[in-house]
Design a protein around this ligand. Structure first.
Ligand code: GDL
Length: 747
């Protein structure tokens, strides 16, 4: 693993260089031209080579994509594009016409070409068409011309690519840009197959991984999608994107993408936090990752010492922890430099002199421009307080540990940093092991000595005091951790580089308040501070009910929204849904029998009236072709969904419902039948929902008008499942035995 900028080599994919860098592709306020120029400088220093211009809320990138740039805008873009060139960064101009383009209208294609021609005149040589986050339904005119949405997008992309003279770099972002969006799966997605087959081979494809914000990206998942796309994708990585939650910021290292991926990819572009300055870590660690090759780990080992146990085992070429330390060490220098627009500057005493008016002049040496004088009020800061007066406010300088703590508190979308995890765990323990009653009105008995007095904590006598000695000492440790957050906040607020601070300010205020509330609560449990009831009294200040309306909604949800996700590690079970094949028959029978055996309140099968769905599950009747799916987890098949597109022949053979009633129902409204079971070990309802969703779309493709299912009253789980799907409604069928419910939906 190597520090960014320390090694000249670039990973290669075949003969073309590996695309590495940043996509400005988030929603919200776009970065300024000055920030983008600063980004190019950094990219160059750290060895990254690409910038993809795709700010979602820039009018002329998406909403008003047809509009040409004004003279003033043109000038800015020209300057920006040439700045990228100067820093050896490839500037890719992206446009997102998908909100309202009519693909089949030649005028629309002409408008797109005209716009891109204009940008080409600005000096841009690399382009991208993005079709993410748009409606997938084509307008009637397009439906007449194109056999699918994929065909429409591919046709226009190929045409524009050729019109622009087949640029060396041309990127396409599909509408199904991650595995979660592919129906029914990546290998079976007809959308992706069309893109893979029809998109000209010189065009590269963007891909965000298994999800929009992918926790991990595995080598296998990339091999799978590459074989469908017929090329290695460029990862558009949303790991550090925060545009979906105004309370979150991501300052953790680039992580959970094995470095073995590098040779399998065409490139990686990170779409980071909306705030420009806090992206130092995201981009710096990505740069370290991009250079991860076995022979380069040596330089890092020299600088940071040998690997910690278990660390290098996971990825011998890249350690997120070490990459983070490298990034934070460099970031610290950035924080300590004073902030002037247009360039970093360091103030030294030789730059300061007294002007003719008696005021101090500070000669600033900018990095990128000529020296220029700036008047300051240095005279006033030379005030020296008298012996009985207040001493001047002094702030300790920010430390690397402060930045490590900051990063831990604002780590990654699916993971808090180690200190944050410890704090949550400790608070949870203190809450659960407190002898104090936790209801707001109950009185709390104090530890006789303040638990803030560290000397007395461990000595707390569990027999005579309310809280145990262990509780008191852990409460003290928790309090110390909270204090470290406050100290970090103070030192950050005093850091000379105000631009970084202002981008961080809301977040650090928020965490300081959150930690403050937790701290006060623990003090209350220890008998210190105000009683819990007063923490939230009748007329609290607005910070007593944090989060506004959105906070209210979240608090009404089970487990206070997603907070529990982090206390109890997230479920990592991966479910695979795939087509049923004849070899699955025995396993499907096993799931069926198990559900018969364990089903809530269900009698053994022999004692129950026979249903078509039983015969289907038991393998007595085969499901219709392409209308059967199984769900697997690590332990094997754990669920299934089977269908008969025409249930009439089966109804004629097996049925509890009076045949004529059923046959009338089937032929009139609901010709198809579905049955599904999922073992209780699958606690997450979403895979089952997805499986049914896919099955229904296959049934619909077969031309069916509607589908029904038969359920026993005792099978509360499946009844509940179908009811919660929302689209299935109970249907009345005369002659139905009392314990059978039929539910149906039109397709
Ligand atoms: C997305 C958007 C992106 C956004 C991100 C995170 C892609 C291809 N598109 O889906 O603009 O910033 O999610 O919210 O990722």
């Amino acid at each position: 693993m190597s520090k960014p900028g320390s090694a000249k080599r670039q990973p290669q994919t075949g003969t073309r260089r590996f695309i590495s860098g940043v996509v400005e592709g988030f929603y919200g306020r776009p970065w300024t031209m000055e920030q983008r120029t600063e980004l190019f400088q950094r990219e160059q220093t750290w060895g990254l080579n690409t910038y993809l211009y795709a700010p979602k809320d820039d009018y002329k990138h998406r909403m008003y994509w047809r509009d040409l740039y004004s003279a003033q805008e043109a000038e800015q873009l020209i300057v920006l594009i040439s700045a990228a060139k100067r820093h050896n960064v490839e500037f890719i101009y992206a446009i997102s016409p998908g909100l309202d383009i009519t693909f089949s209208n030649p005028k629309e294609v002409a408008a797109l070409k005209r716009k891109l021609d204009q940008v080409k005149e600005f000096g841009c040589r690399s382009f991208s068409l993005l079709f993410d986050d748009i409606e997938t339904e084509m307008c009637p005119a397009d439906k007449q011309t194109f056999s699918s949405f994929a065909h429409a997008q591919v046709a226009i992309t190929n045409e524009v690519y050729q019109h622009l003279g087949e640029p060396e770099t041309f990127l396409f972002c599909p509408t199904d840009y991650c595995a979660a969006f592919c129906t029914p799966s990546v290998p079976q997605s007809s959308y992706l197959h069309t893109v893979g087959e029809k998109l000209l081979p010189g065009i590269d494809i963007l891909w965000t991984g298994p999800k929009v914000v992918s926790h991990k990206i595995s080598v296998e998942s990339i091999e799978e999608v590459s074989s469908v796309l017929k090329r290695a994708p460029v990862i558009w990585d949303n790991i550090h994107a925060n545009d979906y939650d105004p309370q979150r910021l991501f300052l953790g290292p680039y992580k959970d993408r094995p470095s073995e991926l590098i040779p399998k990819l065409r490139g990686v572009l990170t779409n980071p936090n909306c705030e420009f300055y806090p992206n130092f870590v995201a981009i710096h660690t990505l740069a370290t990752w991009c250079k991860a090759t076995a022979d380069l780990t040596v330089s890092v080992l020299i600088r940071l010492g040998p690997p910690s146990p278990g660390d290098e085992e996971e990825d011998p070429c890249y350690s997120p922890q070490k990459a983070l330390t490298l990034a934070l060490t460099d970031w610290l220098q950035e924080f300590l430099s004073t902030d002037q627009p247009g360039g970093k500057l360091e103030v030294t005493s030789s730059m300061i002199s007294k002007g003719s008016n008696g005021k101090f002049m500070c000669r600033l040496k900018k990095e990128a421009s000529d020296e220029e004088p700036m008047q300051t009020d240095m005279g006033e800061s030379s005030y020296v307080p008298g012996p009985d007066e207040n001493p001047l406010y002094t702030a300790e300088p920010l430390t690397l540990d402060d930045l490590k703590l900051l990063s831990d508190l604002f780590y990654l979308p699916y993971e808090h940093g180690p200190t944050a995890r410890t704090m949550l765990r400790e608070l949870d323990w203190l809450k659960n092991h407190s002898q104090a009653a936790t209801s707001e009105t109950d009185k709390v008995m104090p530890c006789s000595s303040s638990f803030l007095n560290a000397d007395n904590f461990a000595a707390c006598d569990p027999h005579s005091r309310f809280q145990s000695a262990e509780w008191c000492s852990r409460a003290q440790r928790f309090d110390d951790m909270c204090d470290a957050v406050v100290q970090m906040f103070n030192r950050l607020s005093n850091a000379p580089n105000r631009r970084i601070l202002y981008d961080l300010y809301n977040y650090i205020c928020d965490i300081k308040s959150g930690v403050g509330l937790a701290r006060a609560y623990v003090k209350t449990l220890g008998g210190q501070g105000q009683p819990a009831a007063q923490l939230m009294n009748d007329d609290p200040e607005p910070w007593g009910f944090r989060g506004g309306l959105s906070g209210e909604f979240q608090r009404m949800l089970p487990g206070h929204g997603n907070r529990d996700l982090f206390k109890h590690p997230p479920m990592t079970t991966v479910y695979c849904i795939r087509p049923y094949c004849p070899e699955d028959k025995v396993e499907v029978q096993r799931v069926f029998t198990e559900m018969q055996r364990t089903g809530e309140g269900r009698a053994p099968r022999t004692a129950q009236p026979p249903l078509i769905c039983d015969s289907l599950s038991a393998g007595d009747i085969s499901p219709s072709p392409q209308c059967a799916l199984v769900m697997e987890d690590d332990a094997g098949i754990c669920g299934y969904a089977l269908a008969l597109t025409d249930a009439t022949p089966a109804a004629a053979k097996t049925q509890v419902i009076k045949k004529q009633d059923l046959i009338r129902l089937i032929s009139e409204e609901f010709p198809s039948l579905v049955t599904s079971q999922v073992l209780p070990r699958v606690t997450d309802p979403s895979p089952a929902k997805r499986m049914i969703g896919w099955l229904l779309s296959s049934i619909k493709s077969s031309g069916s008008r509607g589908v029904f299912c038969e359920l026993r009253q005792g099978d509360r789980r499946m009844l509940d499942f179908y009811s919660k799907l929302g689209s299935f409604k109970t249907i009345q069928v005369s002659g139905l035995p009392q314990d059978i419910v039929a539910m149906g939906r039109t397709l």
